[in-house]
Design a protein around this ligand. Structure first.
Ligand SMILES: Cc1ncc(COP(=O)(O)O)c(C=O)c1O
Length: 389
């Protein structure tokens, strides 16, 4: 491989197990796609129209590296109003999606050899980003017996002298868990006690299905807390690539400087689209959230009828389904289920603790969700009847 003379860091970047199943699914016809974490709804019309107008108005050039002042002001207002976080535009850095936000946080906070605590199971891209900045990933377990809340003693036991960053994610991918104010406060105290930066990934904050989203920064007082948000999921805007970080002003300035050489600035026309998302009617986003909730309830009814275990998701748009009774690695189960015409993501793609589970996306029609889960239940009832790959 080294004849291509690529860096060792790039050669060792972990590949996402989500992509692996997506590629396999793409190669087939007639597959019910429950693997994708991308809303099946179009971006609401008023947002698309505002972007077209902005392009016509000349928002087609470089902008400030920390984002357009008008968007930062709108974001600050949203964060105060919706998330209960004290915020001014000086706290806001606009980024290329939540991904760009998390990457720039890692780039800013982690030196090579430093350790970052990542939930297990958790979003696989955290690993690639940590590895890209030369940091070492230490996983901390989420406890299936407690609705995938972090095991706080285990977490604290994994903090060492090189640990710098604790990543938390609520609502969570892949489990759909939503952290309570109490748990967030304990996590805040652990971070404070050990002098860690807390990076709170709240990219699904607009997709809480039961109860309310609690932002870590609304219940934890700390100057070492960074919150990451995204327009991708709430507004079906995954392709526009706009997210943001809320951080103390002095740190926000550093984050903006850090992203400058990588992206120059986030896409200007997409930022105008994001502005329209915040200023426009709330009904389109609310209709999507309610649709995910209906699909969740319909999907859970299928699993209940078949007596298949699951984690009841309170947020995001995934069902985490217990497939331990198949008595095979979840990757193998997902491969076989693909042969039965359903694409889901093996839990092992999210870490060792995801083994025995699969992630089912609710970003598909209710009919597809129910058909796919029906086939999954059949496969569990008679695993040997699925043709081997
Ligand atoms: C937990 C989590 N955080 C962050 C992201 C980043 O999304 P984006 O870069 O589209 O904002 C995702 C996307 O799937 C995610 O699942």
């Amino acid at each position: 491989m080294n004849d291509l003379a690529t860096s060792r860091r790039v050669q060792t970047l972990p590949r996402s197990g989500i992509r692996e199943i997506m590629d396999a699914a793409l190669a087939r016809v007639d597959v019910v796609r429950l693997d994708i974490g991308d809303p099946d709804f179009p971006t609401p019309e008023h947002i698309v129209a505002a972007a077209a107008q902005a392009a016509a108005d000349g928002f087609t050039h470089y902008g400030p590296s920390r984002g357009l002042a008008s968007l930062r002001a709108a974001i600050a207002e949203k964060v105060v109003r919706t998330n209960g976080i004290a915020c001014t535009p000086d706290n806001v850095v606009v980024t290329t999606g939540g991904s760009g936000a998390i990457f720039v946080c890692f780039l800013t906070l982690l030196d090579p050899g430093d350790e970052v605590l990542i939930p297990d199971p958790g979003w696989p891209n955290y690993l690639g980003m940590a590895s890209a900045v030369g940091a070492r990933v230490v996983r901390y377990p989420l406890d299936p017996a407690r609705e995938f809340e972090p095991d706080l003693d285990e977490l604290e036991g994994r903090i060492g002298s090189r640990t710098r960053v604790l990543v938390i994610n609520s609502p969570a991918n892949p489990t759909g868990a939503v952290l309570t104010a109490d748990t967030l406060q304990v996590l805040g105290r652990i971070a404070e006690r050990h002098g860690l930066w807390l990076v709170s990934d709240e990219c699904y904050d607009g997709l809480v299905l039961d109860g309310e989203h609690v932002s870590a920064a609304s219940v934890v007082e700390s100057h070492r807390l960074l919150t990451v948000f995204s327009f991708s999921k709430t507004y079906a805007m995954t392709g526009w690539r706009i997210g943001y970080v809320i951080a103390p002003p002095e740190l926000a300035r550093v984050l903006a400087t850090a992203q400058e050489p990588v992206v120059s600035c986030p896409s200007t026309v997409a930022q105008k689209a994001a502005e329209a998302a915040l200023a426009g009617p709330v009904e389109p986003a609310e209709a999507m959230r309610l649709a995910y909730r209906r699909r969740r309830d319909a999907g859970l009814a299928v699993l209940d009828a078949a007596q298949v275990g699951y984690m009841r998701p309170r947020g995001a748009f995934y069902l985490f389904v217990d497939v331990a009774s198949a008595r095979m690695p979840s990757r193998e189960f997902a491969r076989r289920l693909l042969d039965a015409g359903v694409a889901v993501v093996p839990g092992s793609a999210f870490g060792e603790r995801g083994e025995g589970w699969v992630r089912v996306s609710l970003a598909a029609s209710e009919n597809d969700v129910c058909t796919g889960l029906g086939r999954l239940a059949q496969s569990l009832a008679a695993p040997t009847h699925i043709p081997p790959t």
